[in-house]
Write a protein that binds this ligand. Structure first.
Ligand code: ZN
Length: 113
């Protein structure tokens, strides 16, 4: 019964929304989503970093932090040593992962958080 009441109210409110209101709500949701999907690779407080190989997920591999920088009072990992060949891997925003290109095929290492 309560559910039906809620449903009814929701529908009534929906009908009263103008296009502008709908747009504003959508923009707000979009911005919230963008904030949430901040993929910045922050360094965990313990300083221990694990990655998983995107092509072979399942096992957590410890990775050595090479370079960090501070962004709004938090430490961000700039580069990690590749667990396979120790090459310095940089963060790739598009992949949202660290990429190593030094050994055969491209390796994509996602940060485990
Ligand atoms: Zn490598």
């Amino acid at each position: 019964m309560l559910f039906l009441l809620f449903k009814h109210c929701g529908e009534a409110m929906g009908r009263r929304q103008t296009m502008m209101e709908k747009y504003k709500i959508q923009m707000k949701a979009y911005r919230k989503k963008r904030m949430k999907s901040d993929s910045t690779p922050y360094l965990p407080l313990e300083g221990i970093v694990y990655v998983i190989d995107s092509l072979d997920p399942g096992k957590k591999i410890p990775a050595q932090v090479v370079k960090t920088r501070v962004k709004s009072q938090r430490t961000v990992i700039e580069s990690l040593a590749c667990p396979e060949c120790k090459n310095e891997m940089l963060w790739d925003d598009n992949w949202e992962a660290f990429i190593c290109t030094k050994h055969g095929k491209k390796a994509i290492f996602e940060l485990v958080v």
